[in-house]
Design a protein around this ligand. Structure first.
Ligand code: GDP
Length: 440
């Protein structure tokens, strides 16, 4: 799903990762890709224009974060703006006197009936007493379909012959109240396109029974058309939420962004399959990450930021420049990495080529070697950490014993430390250029 967007961004970010600093031209190049990718994903051009302008302004004016490289910083901004555009997570209104009434509206084939049954199942599992209502008395097939689904999810289906939909809805509501039901879900009639008769009918039902929630079901595969449909329904009944269906398909995802941004109606659920359990509560962070297709690189960025301790970094940098990078600093760097979580988790979060390469590392080995290093360092005295030159054979033996390792392990760590120290010396000479980045 959303292949184009993630491919495009990955390609451009691969190039940017190698840069030390972003120029305005770099930012322009990224924005061009973001714009094209969103347009190809069927996002409405006016939405794209605003989005790109916001990201661009923030990228150029962004304060240079010490925890992130420039590419990570742009990804972070794109992600944050995407989440902002997709809106807050929204839940059903479910409040006030019961039974609550959820009216489901949408075009024929959008997945309306399936969504009604899925929602019934979800609410039932949360302890509600749910009644489904087939409020489309003109189409026997639709009634039959809801009855079949109702049986599957263990929820009774109310229907009635020979009355119009508003009356039918009112009768169902009465019956639910008397029967001690807590939620009534109305599956209304659908047409193949927006038409006045359908809109009149929905308006009448809405006036007659006053829904707690009116959810519009939209097929995410219909692209740009989705926006038109959403606007049509919004102008007729007051929508309280959207259910985007067929998100498991080859959908471009643009519908979600446009509809939310243009109509202001919050997305409440995503439907991700034909099975009655394939309904997700909407989470903008998850959807943004799916649309961007950046793996969990965003999670990695957030962790790196959280683990980054400005003060200790500043102190370390100062020390490095003075030339006394000690084992103490080495130990501190390890703790910094440690704060990011288990090694496996860090490896899993690396995107693209980096992730591919990381899969060749055995996380168990890496984890073990990190633990060994930590144990050895903490078995040293402070004096030893400050001046490793005093580590003679007997001290090394003591450290090995104390950390449950072998003398060879201690020697290996000391060698690694010397290498790091040498690297630091080189850095001092080059003034920081060519500094290897932990995630770059
Ligand atoms: P309605 O006419 O709006 O009531 O639509 P239906 O509920 O009958 O759904 C139309 C078709 O889409 C059916 O074949 C459903 O199984 C299928 N469908 C509904 N939701 C989803 C979904 O999220 N993913 C997939 N792949 N198919 C879905």
């Amino acid at each position: 799903m959303f292949e184009t967007l993630s491919d495009r961004l990955n390609k451009i970010f691969d190039n940017l990762r190698r840069r030390g600093k972003l120029s305005e031209a770099d930012v322009d190049a990224v924005m061009r890709e973001v714009r094209l990718a969103l347009l190809e994903a069927d996002v409405h051009y006016s939405v794209v224009k605003d989005f790109v302008a916001r990201v661009r302004a923030r990228s150029i004016g962004a304060e240079v974060s010490k925890a992130l490289n420039p590419a990570q910083q742009v990804i972070k901004i794109v992600n944050e703006e995407m989440i902002g555009t997709l809106g807050e997570p929204a839940r059903l209104n479910l409040a006030g006197p019961k039974p609550w009434l959820v009216m489901i509206v949408g075009l024929q084939g959008s997945g309306k009936t399936t969504a009604a049954a899925k929602l019934a199942r979800l609410l039932r599992s949360q302890g509600e007493r749910v009644m489904l209502v087939a409020a489309d008395p003109y189409r026997p097939a639709a009634i039959k379909q809801l009855q079949t689904l109702g049986e599957r999810v263990g929820v009774p289906v109310f229907t009635e012959d020979g009355v119009n939909p508003p009356e039918l809805a009112a009768h169902a509501f009465d019956q639910a109240r008397k029967g001690g039901y807590t939620v009534v879900i109305l599956d209304t009639a659908g047409r193949s396109q927006l038409d006045d008769q359908l809109m009149d009918e929905l308006r009448s039902i809405s006036r007659k029974v006053t829904p707690t929630d009116t959810l519009l079901v939209i097929d995410s595969m219909i692209g740009q058309e989705a926006l038109h449909v959403a606007e049509g329904f919004r102008d007729t009944v007051s929508l309280t939420g959207l259910v985007l269906t067929k998100m498991d398909g080859d959908s471009r995802g643009g519908a979600a962004i446009s509809i939310r941004s243009v109509t202001g109606v919050p997305i409440k659920f995503l439907s991700t399959g034909e099975g009655v359990d394939a309904l997700e509560s909407y989470d903008p962070r998850r959807l943004a990450s799916r649309i961007l297709g950046m793996g969990d690189v965003i999670g990695l960025i957030e962790k790196a930021e959280a683990a980054y301790d400005e003060q200790s970094a500043r102190d370390q940098a100062k020390k490095m420049m003075k030339g006394d990078f000690t084992l103490e600093d080495f130990a501190q760097q390890l703790r910094q990495i440690r704060k990011m979580g288990p090694f496996q988790q860090i490896l899993d979060m690396l995107p693209g080529n980096l992730g591919q390469a990381a899969r060749n590392i055995d996380p168990k080995d890496a984890e073990k070697s990190l633990k060994v290093t930590e144990a050895i360092l903490s078995s040293m005295t402070q004096a030893e950490r400050h001046d490793p030159d005093i580590l003679n054979a007997s001290r090394r033996r003591r450290i090995a014993r104390g950390s449950g390792t072998e003398v060879q392990d201690v020697n290996r760590i000391l060698k690694q430390f010397r290498e790091t120290q040498r690297m630091v010396k080189t850095l001092q000479k080059t003034g920081g250029r060519g500094m290897p980045r932990m995630f770059g």
